[in-house]
Design a protein around this ligand. Structure first.
Ligand SMILES: [Zn+2]
Length: 69
């Protein structure tokens, strides 16, 4: 019976799937951006340091114990 119909249906599904995958991939490429670490500037030498490496004291960020005094 309709083998051509079946092929067309499969083709449409495959096309839709590849388009959906492309859309998901382009979205996925945007996702890593928010994970970029927040940078803080040292209160003393103004050097930029990642938030997780900074020393926070009294709401101020310091790059190292040297700047912390
Ligand atoms: Zn510093």
């Amino acid at each position: 019976m309709g083998i051509v119909k079946l092929i067309i249906i499969v083709l449409i599904i495959w096309l839709g799937f590849s388009v959906w995958r492309k859309l998901r991939q382009s979205k996925g490429n945007d996702l890593p951006q928010p994970s970029t670490r927040k940078m803080l500037s040292c209160n003393v030498c103004k050097m930029h340091i990642p938030e997780n490496e900074a020393i926070i004291q009294n709401g101020k960020a310091f790059c190292s114990k040297k700047c912390l005094g």
